[in-house]
Design a protein around this ligand. Structure first.
Ligand code: NAP
Length: 281
């Protein structure tokens, strides 16, 4: 019988813990913790993400500073804003909502965020530190997955882990985190030969592909832990993951649902990173 890892529930208990820590920080330091959220343009999905991030800040007692910029905002104006936030001591974290409009140079803009305020954990400095297993701000989604393993007491040491997807924001940091936790990691992508064989050898499978129900039951070993990072739409437009949940679940020891699995953890880890950033400054 499989066990469902409930990301919503874990996320709620973590937010309560963060709220208490934030309150304690405020009492001891006499100052608030601040997160700047920068949204350029009117992309509806980005607007929802930003709203949810601001709501999460309210929940945990972090002060949010929202900057809504017009879609036509120039590169120079966005750079000027990030430079000013970088030196503003009311701001502990800077989040630039991606994707930015096409005329903006995202790499250059993100590069202006000091690594101590890079609460998304996307910078080369934080990624490099993660690779060297040094303290850093870790990308929120894969770090949320690590919290899920921890909350269930899933031992990663010596396990075979397969991560499918090598993006800079999910797959690669996920592989690093699992390596740092002493798992033996195979990082797969669209050019991987015989993905099924690799998955069948895995004690732990993390799917971060972006293809609905791509991971099928014949790819999963009996008793495996399956983590579904995917946020996709099925043929009826319904939200689903990269894993064919209904057919895979009975082979698993643990599995995450979509929705209600990894998704809720991401914003919670952003709150966690903002708190960590404040305590380190
Ligand atoms: P991405 O940048 O598009 O990367 C997808 C990865 O999947 C790539 O490395 C790609 O390989 C690999 N891939 C594609 N087709 C494959 C195949 N047939 N076999 C094996 N690998 C294949 O995506 P992402 O940003 O990492 O996101 C992945 C999924 O996670 C999406 O559904 C996204 O919506 C979701 N997501 C969820 C959260 C959350 O909070 N839950 C956060 C971020 C992302 P190549 O490198 O060779 O192209």
């Amino acid at each position: 019988m499989y066990k469902l890892i409930d990301g919503k529930k874990l996320s709620q208990s973590m937010r309560e813990e963060i709220r208490q820590n934030v309150e304690k920080f405020k009492e001891e330091s006499g100052r608030e913790i601040g997160l700047a959220v920068v949204l350029v343009g009117e992309d509806p999905a980005s607007q929802v993400y930003v709203r949810n991030k601001i709501k999460a800040c309210e929940q945990v007692g972090i002060k949010s500073f929202a900057y809504y910029l017009d879609a036509a905002t120039t590169q120079a104006r966005v750079e000027e804003l990030i430079r000013s936030l970088a030196v503003d001591n009311k701001i502990d974290g800077i989040l630039v909502q991606l994707p930015l409009p096409a005329h903006l140079d995202s790499k250059k803009i993100l590069g202006l965020i000091p690594f101590s305020k890079d609460v998304d954990g996307f910078s080369a400095e934080n990624t490099g530190k993660l690779c060297m297993n040094e303290p850093c701000l870790v990308a929120c989604t894969p770090n949320g997955v690590m919290k899920m393993f921890e909350s269930e007491g899933i031992d990663l040491c010596g396990k075979n882990a397969v991560v499918i997807g090598r993006s800079n924001i999910v797959g690669k940091p996920m592989a690093m985190l699992l390596t740092n936790a002493n798992a033996t990691v195979t990082l797969c992508h669209s050019k991987t030969a015989d993905l099924k064989r690799k998955c069948l050898d895995a004690d732990i499978v993390v799917a971060a592909i972006g293809k609905p129900k791509f991971i099928t039951a014949d790819m999963i070993k009996e008793g495996a832990v399956v983590i579904d990072v995917g946020m996709d739409r099925d043929e009826n437009g319904k939200l689903c993951g990269d894993v064919d949940f209904e057919n895979v679940k009975d082979k698993c020891s643990y599995i995450t649902p979509v929705p209600g699995g990894v998704g809720p953890m991401t914003i919670t880890m952003l709150m966690y990173n903002t708190y960590i950033s404040a305590t380190r400054s």
